[in-house]
Design a protein around this ligand. Structure first.
Ligand code: DQA
Length: 139
């Protein structure tokens, strides 16, 4: 059984009420319940923090024995050398995910400190981006 974790960064705890025109109406907990039921053969966990260092701690904690990390570092994607370094340091593969198409938005969202060390990047498919990332770990 594959062991995967979704790690969400700042403000993603507000999904469902935050800029719903961009991020949709569904809360992450409702979405997480849906995908957990859909992939019963995967051990799927979820962690969210608004704090950069806590995200780094979690990446280090899981990064040597989980089968995959699905990481939406949110705004820290565009600013955090520390999260980028953590992704580089670990052995577990990371898929970078974004709900929105960051390349169709402001220029400051075009830069990612995660992408150079990610196995792949999925963006712009709404919450389905997470699901496509999960599928990439399945045979
Ligand atoms: C996001 C895109 C980021 O630019 C933004 O700061 C977010 C969410 C996304 O999932 O589309 O908070 O990572």
């Amino acid at each position: 059984m594959k062991k995967l974790i979704i790690i969400n960064g700042p403000n993603l705890n507000l999904l469902g009420k935050r800029e719903t025109n961009i991020y949709g109406n569904l809360s992450f907990s409702d979405f997480f319940e849906r995908i957990s039921n859909k992939y019963p053969n995967v051990t799927l966990e979820h962690y969210q923090s608004n704090v950069e260092g806590e995200l780094i701690d979690k990446i280090q904690e899981v990064g040597y024995h989980y089968d995959g990390i699905i990481l939406n570092a949110a705004a820290y994607t565009h600013t955090s050398i520390g999260i980028g370094d953590a992704v580089k340091a670990i052995s577990t593969p990371v898929i970078e995910v974004h709900i929105s198409n960051t390349f169709s938005r402001e220029e400051f969202r075009h830069k990612s400190y995660i992408s150079p060390n990610a196995r792949g990047v999925v963006l712009g498919f709404g919450l389905q981006s997470y699901e496509l990332a999960i599928q990439s770990f399945l045979d």
